[in-house]
Design a protein around this ligand. Structure first.
Ligand code: GUN
Length: 284
């Protein structure tokens, strides 16, 4: 019988814990962690994500500052805002919601966030630290996935983990994290040959593709753990993942639903990183 991993519940219990940590920081040190969230343009999905992040900040007692900029904001205007936030002692985390409008160089923006405030762990210093295992922050989605696996008592050591997707945000750092946890890791992508055959060898299959119901039961090894990172809309406009949940649940041992699986964990880990950034900046 498949177990459905309830990311919402696991995230909620983390949020409770973080609220206590923040209450403690306030009462013992008179410090309130603060996160600056920058959104450029009017991408509807980005607006929803940013709103959700703000709501969870409120729940925990993290102060959030939203900077909503018009689509025609120039790269230098955005950089100027970031330089200012880098200097502000009352701001502990800086998050620039991606994607940015195409006239802005995302890489340049990310690299100009002070690494100690880079709560997404997207810049090269933080990514480099993940390679060696000497990190302060982990990117939120990969960290959330590993937390879900551990919380569900799924053994990672020695398992063959197949990750579909090689993005800097999910696939690549997740591969490194699974490796740190002693998995044997295969990364697949759009040019991979024999994708189906490789997926069938996965003990843990993680789909981060961005295509609705791309993964069906014909590529799943019986008893595999299936983690769905996708957030897509189906033809009826409903949120769905990269995995055909109804078909795959009959063959997997564990599966994450969409919504309510990996998504809530990403936000929980962002909160964790914001608290960690505060502690680092205040030398606590
Ligand atoms: N866009 C989609 N996911 C993310 C994320 O985790 N962080 C940021 N900054 N932008 C995103």
């Amino acid at each position: 019988m498949v177990k459905i991993i309830n990311g919402k519940e696991i995230s909620n219990s983390l949020i409770e814990k973080f609220k206590k940590n923040v209450d403690n920081l306030k009462s013992e040190y008179n410090i309130c962690p603060a996160l600056a969230v920058i959104i450029v343009g009017d991408n509807p999905a980005s607006k929803v994500y940013v709103n959700n992040k703000k709501k969870v900040c409120e729940k925990i007692g993290i102060k959030s500052y939203e900077f909503t900029l018009p689509t025609n904001t120039t790269e230098s205007e955005l950089l100027k805002l970031i330089y200012g936030l880098n200097r502000r002692e009352d701001i502990n985390g800086i998050l620039v919601q991606l994607p940015l409008p195409s006239h802005i160089n995302e890489k340049k923006i990310i690299e100009n966030i002070n690494p100690i405030k880079d709560v997404d762990a997207f810049n090269e210093i933080n990514i480099g630290k993940i390679m060696t295992g000497n990190f302060n922050f982990l990117p939120c989605t990969p960290a959330g996935i590993v937390y879900l696996l551990k919380e569900s008592n799924i053994k990672i050591e020695g398992k063959h983990c197949v990750i579909i997707g090689r993005s800097n945000i999910v696939g690549k750092p997740l591969a490194m994290l699974m490796l740190h946890n002693d998995a044997t890791v295969t990364i697949c992508h759009s040019k991979t040959k024999n994708l189906k055959e490789i997926c069938k060898t996965a003990d843990i299959l993680i789909a981060a593709i961005g295509k609705p119901a791309f993964i069906s039961c014909d590529v799943i090894k019986p008893g595999a753990v299936v983690v769905d990172v996708g957030i897509n809309r189906d033809i009826n406009g409903h949120i769905c993942g990269d995995v055909d949940f109804e078909k795959v649940k009959d063959i997997a041992s564990f599966i994450t639903p969409v919504p309510g699986g990996v998504g809530p964990m990403t936000i929980a880990m962002l909160m964790k990183n914001t608290i960690t950034a505060t502690l680092l900046q205040k030398n606590i």
